[in-house]
Design a binder for this molecule. Sequence first.
Ligand code: HEM
Length: 436
Amino acid sequence: MGSTLNVVVSNHELAREVLKEKDQHLADRFRDRSTALFSRDGQDLIWADYGAHYVKVRKVCMVELFSPKRLEALRPIREDEVTAMVHSIYNDCTAQGEALTLRKYLGTVAFNNITRLAYGKRFINSQGVIDKQGEQLRSIFSEGMKIVAPLDTLEHIPWLRWMFPLNEKAFAKNEARRNRFTHEIMEEHARASHTPGGKTQQHFCDALVALKDKYDLSNDTIVVLLWDMITAGKDAIAISVEWAMAELVRNPRVLAKAREELDRVVGGERVMSEEDFSRLPYLQCVVKEALRLHPPTPLMLPHRAGAHVRVGGYDLPKGTVVHVNVWAVARDPEVWENPLEFRPERFLESDVDMKGHDFRLLPFGAGRRVCPGAQLGIYLVASMVGNLVHHFEWESKAEIDMRENPGIVTYMKTPLEAVATPRLPDILYKRIPAPI
Ligand code: HEM
C-alpha cells in the first residue's frame, strides 16, 4: 500500500553489514514531512543526507563540540546538575514515605544540562521556577510537538496524506520563533565576550561562534546545530535513567550490589563524582545492561540508501529506508544468554563495547552516523544512576509496569514511581553549584 520500501534489520550480522560494510551507501536519512520541514529538508546535522554539508558539520561536532577536552571542561555543569537533582529529591522525600515520580526530576536534570552545555544558560532556578526565556523555549517545544504529522504510517503512503495536511505556516512560525530565540542567546554571548573581563566560555554556543571562520559556518547553520543538540540530548538521558532505575528497583539483588560497590569506593562521607567511574566497574555494567534491554531509540534513526545496495543477499534500491532494530539485536537469544534477564554481571564476564564497535550492542548506533553525544550520554546516565543509588534506598509499593510507550524514543508507558529514603549524612544532599 505504501510507496517507500522499508527494511528492518534485527540481527547483529545484518546490523554490521548495514552500519559497517555498506555504511557509505546507507548513510542518508529518511525525512518524513515533519522532519523535512523542521530541518529545512536536511540543512541541519541529524536529518542531513550524507554529503559535503553533513561531513563538515559532523566534523565540527566530533572534533570540537564533543572532544574529550571540552567534555572535561564542561564536567562541573554535569556534576552541579546531578547534585541539584539529589537535593530536590531529598526535599521531596516525606516522612510518610510517599512514592515520587522519578521522571520529573530526571527530565529537569537532562533539560538543565543540555541548555547549559549548549547555551550556557540554566532557565530553571534553584526553587524549580522556570524563567521567561525558559518558558519561551518550552512553548517552542510544545508547539513543535503539536504541529508534527499525526500518524507515522501515513508518511510512507503519500496518496493518503491529503487526509492529514500539514500546516506549513505553523512550521514556518515555529522555525522563526526558534531562530529568534537562538539568535538572542548568541547576541547575549557576543555582548558578554566583548565586555571588559568577559571571556569566551566552553559552551557549544561560544565554541561555534569562535569556529565560524575556521569551518565556514553561517549563522543559520550555528542556530540549527544548537537546536539539534537540544532536541537530541533532552529525552534520551531521562529515558535511559528511568529504565535503569526501574530495573534496579525490581531487582533488589543488583541494587544492593551496586550500592555495596559505591559504599566501598566512595564511602559515606562524600558524594560520587565522574572521577570515580574507573573504580566503579559494576555501576558501568548496570548502565550497559539497562541500555541493552532498553535503548531509548529502539530503531535508531531511519537510514536511507543513497545508491542501490545489496544487504543480506537482497537488493535494496536507492531510496530504501533501513531501520536497525537495536532493541531486537540486543535481545537476540542466539548471542545473549537469558537475554531478558537483567544481569549486569554478563559484562564483567565478557566485556562488550557499546559505542559502535560490537554489533550485538548498539544503543548509540555505529558507523558514520553513530551518536556523537555517546560519551556525554554515558557520563550523565552513569552519574545520575550512581548518585541515585548512593544517596537513597529505593522501593516500589506496586509492581512496576515495564511496558513501553512506542515511538521514535521509547519512554516507559507508566512513569516509574518509587519511595526514596535518604541514607547518607544530611550535609551530602546539598546542591554544589558550578559557576560556569
Ligand atoms: C543515552 C543517551 C543517548 C543515546 C542512547 C543516543 C542514541 C542515539 C542514536 C541511536 C542515534 C542514531 C544513530 C544512527 O542513526 O545511526 C543518535 C544520533 C544522534 N545523537 Fe544521540 N543518543 C544519546 C544522547 C545524545 C546526546 C546527549 C546528544 C547531544 C547533546 C546526542 C546527539 C545526537 C546527534 C546530534 C545525533 C545525530 C547524528 C547524525 O545523524 O550524524 N545524543 N543518538
